[in-house]
Design a protein around this ligand. Structure first.
Ligand code: M6P
Ligand code: ZN
Length: 190
């Protein structure tokens, strides 16, 4: 057998901020206009600039969506900011195949990972550079930027996990993260 040649990796992640570059990287973004039902104060949301970037993702999908036993991965870049005193956050979802797990790992910034089980009980984990977070089966998950700079974190999840946004659209999370006194987050149970 001939010796294999050494080839460079086709995709790279910059460890300082999670920036992904290379082959097949797909970019997406969510602006304030896309996040109507997410924030508690709908008047504050409606009076905000609709073009305001809230977060963007750079992901790699090496196999077709829905493939069993494949993996997807990428970085989410969540901007700092608030709407009606509530920190910028992702929409949040449960996996369509709800027993599929996921892992998050923080590159930069400070945030919260809100995990909610099917009984609406929440666990809130602090995200800091280097922190690693396991999203258990059946858990709804949402991230929140509680700092003054961009929060970036990596994620890796099964390619057959899918997204279910309906549960969150209907009943939301049972905890909201508000900017409190001294800029520290207050967790409000709703
Ligand atoms: C992470 C992963 C992605 C997800 C993204 C944004 O990168 O969990 O699957 O799409 O965060 O979260 P959401 O889909 O809730 O907007
Ligand atoms: Zn997920």
């Amino acid at each position: 057998m001939t010796a294999p040649v050494i080839v460079p990796a086709t995709v790279r992640t910059r460890w300082t901020d999670g920036r992904v570059s290379g082959d097949g990287v797909m970019h997406a973004e969510r602006r304030l206009r896309d996040l109507g039902a997410v924030f508690a104060d709908s008047d504050a949301w409606a009076s905000g600039p609709p073009d305001q970037l809230v977060y963007r993702t750079s992901c790699v999908f090496p196999v077709p969506d829905g493939t069993e036993a494949g993996l997807f991965w990428g970085t989410t870049f969540l901007q700092p900011g608030t709407v009606g005193g509530e920190y910028f956050m992702t929409k949040g979802h449960v996996h369509a195949k709800s027993d599929r797990m996921e892992v998050y790992f923080t590159f930069a910034g400070t945030g919260l990972l809100i995990l909610m089980d099917p009984k609406r009980s929440c666990r809130v984990e602090e995200m800091t550079p280097g922190s690693v977070h396991l999203i258990p089966a059946h858990a709804a998950h949402r991230t929140v930027n509680i700092g003054d700079v961009e929060l970036s974190f990596g994620a890796c999840w099964p390619s057959d996990a899918g997204y279910n946004y309906d549960v969150i659209a209907r009943t939301g999370f049972s905890v909201r993260a508000m900017r409190g006194a001294g800029g520290r987050p207050d967790l409000v149970v709703v």
